[in-house]
Design a protein around this ligand. Structure first.
Ligand code: GCO
Length: 497
């Protein structure tokens, strides 16, 4: 096999079957050879998987004092109110309204109606005892067309939210970009256009100045990799393209946007902390051949080092650059000084962990563990330990927050009205225990946000998958605390398992 063919294969593999990849719409199954998954229907929910840890042994684990137990959401997934108070259109409005894009034709027009019910949702958070709440600011609420004077009504909404959090003793953690790019910017080239990174820094500056005094932690770009892979390679997320060469230019511009926002915060004089939010995937060779080891290394480059090395080491990984090639739009798009901007010092790293990836010698992937209802997600709590300890080992002792971890379960209220998501309880317990082991082994982990506070719009899956601690009955918008929410409240109260 020629080197080129081999590279192409590897590259293809690097793009398939990842947590952020096609698997979210079930496409990955087509390319990923399956092992264990074919014999185990659904892990995590109905039948808790084989445990990586012994729950008895985990009982009594205590987290460091002041540990930031939290939950996470994002604007488009919960807010609704798509046309209110001057909000402009985002790429996700366009995409979800395009026939055939989203399961059941769902859209985020109403979602969990959080824009109108935020006060009730804040009370829910207080009742759960949350110490931290991670949400995202909708760019098109602040700048309908992605530039110019900020929309005061949009800022006011987040002001009310942030004030409400403080009134309830909950620390706000705000993500600036969770994929809802203003459509007007997409029309001007979106993230393929370098100028979008500059626009992002201006938008970030407006938000810092309006809310900065009240938000202790800012996250810049949520999961740039998912925009790259799902939005530009597989095309099952907005903006729905299939253009690999464009995708990695997009990766660079998203990283640039991150760096420019970090600089904007420093320049604004606002004192909050800031960092990136990366979905990281521990990559393991599927067997012990030298080929699998080499393929895993490159896979890891695409999944993890492309985003970590640039931010923490000021350089893109050479193996990925070589794989892209000198004529690629990405390599040609990197200008002098860009990596310096991208590696502007950050205060913390937000890690989102969902699944491991097992790579074979030919660069395809196999499954080793039961998957959740999201078939891209293999349930493997030790992967959490591995990725946390690896980040600390390879990138230094930057404070870490987990900003997402969770699973979807086919939850329905029983006859008594309760939602018994026992599988989510064991999933979270195992992952909390893995995080605890990482802390014990020296990882400066300061907080943990379960994805998600509420059932919500799961992108291409619409409302079919339920990821919340809190059940949302969409027709009535009634909220019901699932069993996992009650359990989590006890974990928070005890500060441990
Ligand atoms: C993500 C997103 C969430 C998803 C979650 C479950 O970062 O991918 O932040 O919006 O809903 O990961 O797939």
């Amino acid at each position: 096999m020629s080197l080129l063919t081999r590279r192409r294969l590897l590259r293809r593999a690097a793009l398939s079957a990842t947590a952020a990849g096609a698997a979210r719409t079930g496409l990955a199954g087509a390319t990923a050879a399956t092992t264990a998954a074919s014999t185990v229907a659904l892990g995590g929910c109905d039948s808790p998987p084989e445990r990586a840890t012994d729950p008895e042994q985990d009982r009594g684990l205590r987290f460091p004092d002041g540990f930031g137990w939290g939950a996470a959401t994002s604007a488009y997934q919960i807010e609704g109110a798509a046309k209110e108070d001057g909000r402009g259109e985002s790429v996700w409005d366009t995409f979800s309204h395009t026939p055939g894009r989203i399961r059941n034709g769902d859209t985020g027009d109403v979602a969990a109606d959080h824009y109108h019910r935020y006060a009730q949702d804040l009370d829910l958070m207080r009742d759960l005892g949350l110490r931290s709440y991670r949400f995202s600011v909708s760019w098109p609420r602040i700048q309908a067309d992605g530039s110019g004077r900020p929309n005061q009504r949009g800022l006011d909404f987040y002001r009310r939210l942030v004030d409400g959090l403080h009134e309830r003793g909950i620390a706000p953690m705000a993500t600036l970009f969770h994929w809802d790019l203003p459509q007007a910017l997409q029309d001007a080239g979106g993230w393929e256009n370098r100028d979008t990174a500059e626009r992002f820094a201006e938008y970030a500056d407006a938000v810092f100045r309006a809310l900065g005094d009240q938000v202790p932690v800012w996250l810049t770009v949520n999961e740039p990799k998912t925009v790259v892979q799902n939005g530009y390679i597989w095309g099952h997320h907005a903006p729905g393209f299939q253009d690999e060469d464009a995708a990695y230019l997009v990766a660079h511009h998203l990283q640039l946007a991150h760096g420019l926002a970090v600089r904007a915060l420093r320049a604004s004089g606002v004192t909050g902390r800031i960092g990136p939010a990366l979905n990281l995937h521990p990559c393991y060779p599927a067997d012990d051949t030298a080929e699998a080891a080499a393929a895993t290394r490159l896979y890891d480059g695409y999944e993890n080092r492309l985003y970590l090395d640039s931010i923490f080491k000021g350089a893109y990984p050479q193996d990925v650059l070589d794989d892209r090639g000198p004529d690629s739009r990405m390599v040609r798009g990197v200008r002098d000084g860009d990596l310096k901007i991208i590696s502007s010092p950050v205060d913390l790293l937000a890690v989102q962990y969902y699944t491991p990836i097992y790579v074979t010698g030919d660069g395809s992937t196999v499954r080793k563990w039961p998957t959740s209802e999201a078939e891209w997600q293999q349930i493997y709590p030790d992967g959490m330990y591995d990725i946390l300890t690896r980040v600390t080992r390879d990138y230094g002792r930057v404070p870490i927050t987990i900003t997402e971890n969770g699973l979807p379960c086919p939850d329905v209220p029983g006859a008594d009205g309760n939602v018994d998501d026992a599988g989510r309880v064991s999933f979270l317990r195992d992952h909390f225990a893995a995080a605890h082991r990482a802390i014990r082994d020296g990882v400066p982990l300061e907080s943990y946000h379960v994805w998600s506070l509420l059932d919500n719009f799961e992108w291409a899956e619409g409302y079919e998958q339920r990821w919340g601690l809190v059940y949302v009955d969409y027709p009535s918008q009634r909220r019901v605390l699932k069993r996992s929410a009650h359990w989590y409240r006890d974990v928070i109260r005890r500060n441990g398992l």
